[in-house]
Design a protein around this ligand. Structure first.
Ligand SMILES: Cc1ncc(COP(=O)(O)O)c(C=O)c1O
Length: 422
């Protein structure tokens, strides 16, 4: 089967008709080489330094790593490099060693896991939490064990991939992004047809950086007898008076039925959590296969305990982050870039077609700025963009360097929109 590489996306190689897995891998390798030769394959670039606003990156295997201003880390508050968190991680390893050795049910549950479950629950002023090895599985495994074929998941279209994976054995209805009129119609139709009706949304959406109107969504859920599950992976630490995220902003933290999230972004580690009422959490501890049969976090998770404290003890990081977000957003808007409706630290520069976005990524890299081109299937086909995560630790000089790089890319590619169209 012929695939036109100039129009292809990763999705076209998932299941090529008539090709066995190894032949498909060969064809995919040719596609990767094609992208690489054009300079568009800036995924999986290796960094020789840690996460941060400036990273040493190997852009060419024959050359020395380059120092680039970076917007690829969702380490919004810069906590991966915070000395107190590093110290807590080292102390955790000193006390417990380097691994958990087993899954939680079979001997791998240590006091730091229990502390973490209690601490993340009380961070949201709730009673019970369960932790998973990643934020992805926290979501997918929870949905998998709660929703069966007599139930329904009602999902805002651009939710993160982990939701779709979790909904494979249940009924699924997808509504257009933030279209509450459509959500209401689906809720009305589902009211008496299914046992569990669960509306699943993100607090902050991972590609556009915009938010779900959680107060209105909760009201609809209550009216039609549905549960509400919110993943706020990108909102915690960034949004809300005290950084409790989108639920704090909308005043619904105590009422959301299931809160899910990650320790891999603001909390500068790895792992995920689910917060709900105690019986539901206890059900998941014994029924959720990915929790039961997979080793949980390593003692480096002690750093997360410190990170949760620091959110309250050092609010200056969130303030600094918002200074940077506002500065960067107004710089990009002045350049005529279309940054959509972002309300968070995720800043997209919307370009449209995949080839121009790939070329923009290449030019930005050439100008010393590392960010991710996002194309189909991560976003719809005409919605390709450069996606950036702003950090509290970016300096104004680094942000200016990125703004200059966008100006340079715009001169070559005309990616800015006429201001009257914005
Ligand atoms: C909204 C959302 N939820 C969950 C995840 C996955 O989290 P983790 O990296 O902990 O698996 C992501 C990852 O980017 C995300 O954007």
């Amino acid at each position: 089967m012929e695939i036109d590489f100039s129009k292809a996306s990763f999705k076209d190689f998932e299941n090529v008709s008539g090709m066995d897995a190894w032949k498909r891998a060969d064809l995919f390798k040719d596609y990767l080489d094609y992208l690489n030769n054009k300079g568009y394959l800036n995924y999986r670039l290796v960094s020789t330094t840690g996460c941060g606003p400036e990273m040493e990156i190997i852009t060419d295997k024959n050359e020395k790593p380059k120092s680039l201003v970076s917007f690829v880390s969702n380490d919004y508050l810069g906590f991966t490099q915070h000395p107190k968190i590093k110290e807590a991680v080292i102390e955790g390893i000193r006390q417990y060693g380097t691994g958990a050795g087993a899954s939680p049910a079979f001997g791998g549950q240590f006091s730091y896991h229990e502390q973490l479950e209690n601490k993340i629950a009380s961070f949201f002023n709730r009673d019970s939490a369960i932790i998973y090895t990643t934020g992805y599985t926290a979501n997918s495994a929870t949905l998998m064990s709660l929703l069966q074929k007599e139930d329904i998941a009602i999902v805002d279209m651009p939710v993160h991939a982990r939701v779709y994976e979790g909904c494979q054995s249940t009924n699924l209805k997808v509504f257009l992004h933030n279209r509450l009129d459509i959500l209401e119609k689906v809720l009305k139709e589902s009211q008496s047809k299914y046992r569990t009706k669960m509306v699943i949304v993100d607090g902050v959406y991972s590609q556009d950086g915009d938010m779900a109107p959680l107060d209105k969504i909760l009201e609809l859920c209550r009216h039609y007898g549905a549960y509400l599950c919110v993943d706020d992976a990108h909102g915690v630490g960034v949004i809300g008076e005290t950084g409790r995220g989108a639920m704090e902003k909308y005043g619904v933290t105590n009422e959301v039925d299931i809160i899910t999230g990650t320790f891999s972004k603001t909390f500068a580690n790895v792992g995920g959590y689910v917060i709900a009422d105690p019986n539901l959490i206890s059900f998941l501890k014994y029924q959720s296969r990915q929790h039961l049969f997979s080793a949980t976090s390593t003692p480096a998770a002690a750093g997360i305990l410190k990170g949760i404290d620091l959110l309250d003890e050092e609010p200056q990081w969130k303030d600094k982050l918002w200074d940077n977000i506002n500065y960067f957003k107004s710089g990009l808007t002045e350049l005529g870039m279309d940054i959509g409706n972002t309300e968070s630290a995720i800043i997209p520069v919307k370009i449209g077609d995949a080839a121009t976005t790939g070329e923009a990524g290449r030019l930005l890299l050439k100008a010393g700025v590392y960010c991710n081109p996002i194309i189909y299937p991560a976003v719809s086909k005409k919605n390709a963009r450069i996606r950036m995560s702003v950090m509290a630790t970016h300096t104004k000089e680094q942000l200016d360097k990125a703004l200059n790089a966008f100006e340079y890319a715009d001169q070559k590619l005309h990616i800015s929109k006429s201001l009257s169209n914005l």
